[in-house]
Ligand binder design. Structure first.
Ligand SMILES: N[C@@H](CCC(=O)N[C@@H](CS)C(=O)NCC(=O)O)C(=O)O
Length: 207
């Protein structure tokens, strides 16, 4: 197994979290390097795309969350071997990334601009993204996005639904996903109840 160092912000969510979860679930050893927000400006220019997460693999670096998740998903046994199932897995991860990008674009905004932008997202783009993602889950059988089992796609979607429902996002009602995509919420609960996911967050509470 290569020596892995995953670098991301110091919170239990965002684009770095699915890779952390996948490695943990797969029992793959890695260094979980968590960067406090105040240290970010001085690290930024060292990152290949001036953003996190990054993954070091035996000292070599890859970036972009879905690339990292696919890579660690293979190591952890959580990425489909079948090409078609892998494509379904990728599709769900890219769709989840669209949601993250929409919300991410509002994070640095000032209070008024943020309110306006997020209200617009709630009125149109977010329900559309959630409904379409839900339809793809349904098409795959309703339980998992690919391979009829837990894959990294489920971990990624779980992460964004967790964030949306957390109440941490001003101007985005925390019941939005419950109202527009109840199957996605059931999926979120299914992933949260996975023994290794539940054990991981129990452990994080104590950390
Ligand atoms: N496409 C990239 C986006 C990376 C990205 O925007 N990361 C955010 C954190 S989730 C970041 O590093 N923000 C700090 C900054 O842009 O200065 C990915 O999927 O990893």
């Amino acid at each position: 197994m290569p020596k892995l160092v995953l670098t991301y912000f110091d919170f239990d969510g965002g684009r770095g979290e699915p890779a952390r979860l996948a490695l943990q679930i797969g029992g793959v050893p890695f260094e979980d390097r968590r960067i406090p927000g105040q240290e970010w400006p001085k690290l930024r220019d060292q990152m290949p795309f001036r953003a996190m997460p990054i993954l070091e693999v035996d000292g070599k670096v890859i970036a972009h969350s879905n690339t990292i998740i696919r890579y660690v998903g293979r190591l952890a046994g959580l990425y489909p071997k079948d090409d078609w199932q892998a494509a379904l897995c990728d599709e769900a991860m890219d769709a989840a990334e669209d949601i993250g990008t929409r919300i991410g674009s509002t994070i640095q905004m000032g209070p008024e601009e943020k309110k306006k932008a997020r209200e617009a997202l709630v009125a149109d783009a977010l329900p559309r993204h959630l409904e379409t993602l839900e339809a793809r889950l349904k098409a795959a059988g309703g339980e998992y996005f690919a391979d009829k089992r837990l894959t990294v796609a489920d971990l990624k979607v779980y992460g964004w639904i967790r964030w949306l429902r957390s109440g941490a996002l001003d101007h985005i009602p925390k019941d939005l996903a419950d109202r527009v995509a109840p199957l996605l919420v059931q999926h979120f609960e299914r992933v949260a109840a996975h023994p290794k996911v539940a054990a991981y967050y129990q452990g994080r509470k104590k950390a």
